[in-house]
Structures are given as C-alpha cells and as structure tokens.
Write a protein of this length. Structure first.
Length: 142
C-alpha cells in the first residue's frame, strides 16, 4: 500500500531491455500508480527510476535516508495500526473493486501470451546474446 524508498534506491521495468513486454502485472501496477504516460515511458524505455522520481510520480509514498528508514517506516506502521483498521479494510476493498478488478479482466492471460510469444522471438535471442557478449542488441522486430 505504501512504498518507502531509500534515497539512493532505484528500480526499473527492464523487461523491454531483453525484448520482452513485461511480466508479473508490472505494467498494470505502474499504470495504476502513475498513469498511462509515465507507465509507457518507464516500460518502453526501460530506464532506471530514481527514488525521488518514484515519489514524485506515484510509485513511492516517501523517500528517506538509509539511516532513517526504520524510523520512517515504523512511524507509518504505528500511524496505520492506531487508525480505523476496519474502515481501512473496507476502503481497500472498495478501491480494489472500483479501480482494479474490472480492469484486470484477461490481462494476466494476455501478459503471459505476450511473454511466451516474445520469448520465442529473434529479438529476445538477440537481446540475450548481446547481454552475454556485452554489446548493444541489434533488433530486427522479429
């Protein structure tokens, strides 16, 4: 629900860097957290996303130093634990029902099909060979 990142941390949607479309619901999760434009940018370019950028565009709730990470996360945990937990439970279910469940539809099935099809492609083979040979890939769109 709340992602706290250390200021030197980063993440990325790197599947595209090996000619794969994305996996494990990452595309949908990013879309829900930061909107279509940023989700497309992150997934199609495969660049690293810094902690501060993640905070600015949605994937991270807060950014803190490594030294303050425990204090920051414990303060959040205590705040939530002392809040109306039953209302939180219903609120989360309502958010899930309204924003997520209808959109998933056959998404996971389509995602799996995309991974299998792209995993059999010449571009994927090229990406793996390029990685192993420490050179940039040359994609053919096949």
């Amino acid at each position: 629900d709340f992602r706290v990142m250390v200021d030197v941390a980063y993440f990325g949607m790197a599947f595209i860097n090996v000619a794969l479309p994305g996996d494990t619901g990452g595309l949908m999760a990013l879309y829900q957290m930061c909107g279509l434009a940023k989700a497309l940018e992150y997934t199609m370019l495969g660049d690293r996303i810094t902690a501060e950028e993640a905070r600015q565009f949605g994937p991270a709730y807060k950014v803190t130093s490594l030294e303050d990470l425990r204090e920051t996360t414990m303060a959040l945990a205590h705040r939530l634990a002392s809040g109306p937990r039953m209302a939180y439970q219903y609120q989360k279910k309502l958010f899930w029902d309204v924003t997520t469940a209808p959109m998933w539809g056959n998404y996971m099935e389509e995602e799996a099909t995309g991974m299998v099809d792209c995993g059999r492609s010449a571009d994927y083979t090229e990406a793996v060979l390029a990685f192993l040979n420490k050179r940039p890939p040359v994609y053919q769109g096949k």
